[in-house]
Ligand binder design. Structure first.
Ligand code: MN3
Length: 200
């Protein structure tokens, strides 16, 4: 059974006023994300050990093994991108409220400190990768991962992510990763998604 690419949770032009063009999603969702889905399906085709497994199960069972690195990389990138599309929304960003705000303040001291630490993680991920807000042993943490790597393999619960691969920002921000990160935090973060992940 092949994996399917989950639909974008918004129209490709819906985030234009929030700093991300339709063209970004035509390439990033329509070509990059789709290619990971297609490659994953080719790599697992006919392999009985993956039959009936969820995407999360495939990620965990192939992590940390050179022999299954191709499957891991594509499976994790399929998951990471679907999670990323849900991490952003039109008119998002800024400080959270309610239970999310309480947890952010408890873990980081303030939203401003969260923003500073998340920005540092996203900026200093050298080369391709992801910045994350995760929950580990009941506490919120900011992490970064290289290439396709994903917190699910480290026993952490992902709450929010930002793709910092160059393909994620080159159309809207060219080489300026810091501008892309600031725009994400100020205009795009979907705190409702974070709240739903916390409650799950
Ligand atoms: Mn990407």
């Amino acid at each position: 059974m092949a994996f399917e690419q989950a639909p974008l949770p918004f129209d490709s032009g819906a985030l234009e006023a929030s700093g991300m063009k339709a063209e970004t999603f035509e390439y990033h969702y329509g070509k990059h994300h789709k290619a990971y889905v297609d490659n994953l399906n080719k790599l697992i085709d006919g392999k009985a050990e993956y039959a009936g497994k969820s995407l999360e199960e495939v990620i965990v069972m192939t992590a940390g093994n050179d022999a299954t690195a191709g499957i891991f990389n594509n499976a994790a990138q399929v998951w990471n991108h679907s999670f990323f599309w849900n991490s952003i929304k039109a008119g998002g960003g800024g400080a959270p409220t309610g239970a999310v705000a309480d947890k952010i303040n408890a873990a980081f001291g303030s939203y401003e400190k969260f923003k500073e630490d998340f920005t540092a993680a996203a900026t200093t991920q050298f080369g391709s990768g992801w910045a994350w807000l995760v929950e580990e042993n009941g506490t919120l943490k900011i992490t970064k991962t290289a290439n396709a790597d994903n917190p699910l393999t480290k026993g952490q619960k992902p709450l929010l992510t930002l793709d910092v691969w160059e393909h994620a920002y080159y159309i809207d921000f060219r080489n300026a990763r810091p501008g892309y990160i600031a725009n994400y935090l100020d205009k795009l973060v979907n705190w409702d998604f974070v709240a739903a992940n916390m409650a799950a």
